[in-house]
Write a protein that binds this ligand. Sequence first.
Ligand code: PEP
Ligand code: MN
Length: 348
Amino acid sequence: MIVVMEERATEAQIDAVIARLIELGMDVHRSSGATRTVLGVVGTGKIEKEMIEILDGVHEVLRISEPYKRASRSYHPEDTVVTIDDLRIGGDEVIVMAGPCSAESDEQCQATAAAVRRAGAKVLRGGAFKPRSSPYSFQGHGEHGLQMLRRAADTHTLKLVSEVMDVSQIELVAKYCDIFQVGARNMQNYTLLRELGHARKPVLLKRGISATIEEWLLSAEYILAGGNTDVILCERGIRTFETATRNTFDISAIPVVKKLSHLPVVADPSHGAGRRDMVAQLARAAVAAGADGLIIEVHNDPDHALSDGAQSMFPAQFDRLMAELRIIAPAIGRSICLEAVARRGWAR
Ligand code: PEP
Ligand code: MN
């Protein structure tokens, strides 16, 4: 932290600021220029910038380190790779997670899982507890939904990511999923985040609808501080003044977060766009921008989906997107499901 004193700050004011900082457990390095005195402050003491800003004679306080620690790249310079058996999220390979918004039936879960697996996805996505904006919309099938998703994931050798909305659901969701999803609406549910800090499964943390990148990383910090180091960040679009798309997909968040944090970043172009005819464009851009993975809504019959049908891709669209990503990923030094290339030969 750097404390810039006012031009006319008196010696007594400067001494009082230094004394207060020392009292708060900090080391202070004073440098006095022709017009101003600047104090360099380091140490492990916890101080709020505002506590110093209000002291007499202080002009400005500048924070030079991030308010989050464990999530920060300066604390952990190497990329974190989240490993689940042989799946590595945050390594060279771009990992694709795909599936329906909600689990609806065994037939739907099985058909969609088969299609996304064939196209090269490694993780099945699907919600059983749904955070819907309206209490009258389909709320998910609960444990029965988790059972259908797990069966489909196992049949098609996929891992499973599914949303947990409340602390009371953690144990149940953990029985079925490989990755917990924390939805955008729950990014600041600090009780849930704290509890997931003690969970033994990775957490995919979506960015809140109106959250800044700093707030998002502070939410990740809650999970990391509890001892769970397997946090995957997910950019899913934020609310802006624009109404042409469901949300505004913040592509720049990907390089920003990769610079500020060591955690893997996955992009959700489905909730970003809100319409299936724009999902592929955003998905391609996200991979080109450095995303470590994608999470995409795909449905075997999207026109009859119980939630988010308009933004769910048809299996054939998803298949084509995967073929395109296989061209983009190597161009930026990444791979993407090479097994499927070998298996299918990829005629376009
Ligand atoms: C979802 O993944 O279906 C979902 C509800 O996402 P979000 O929390 O990003 O809105
Ligand atoms: Mn959805």
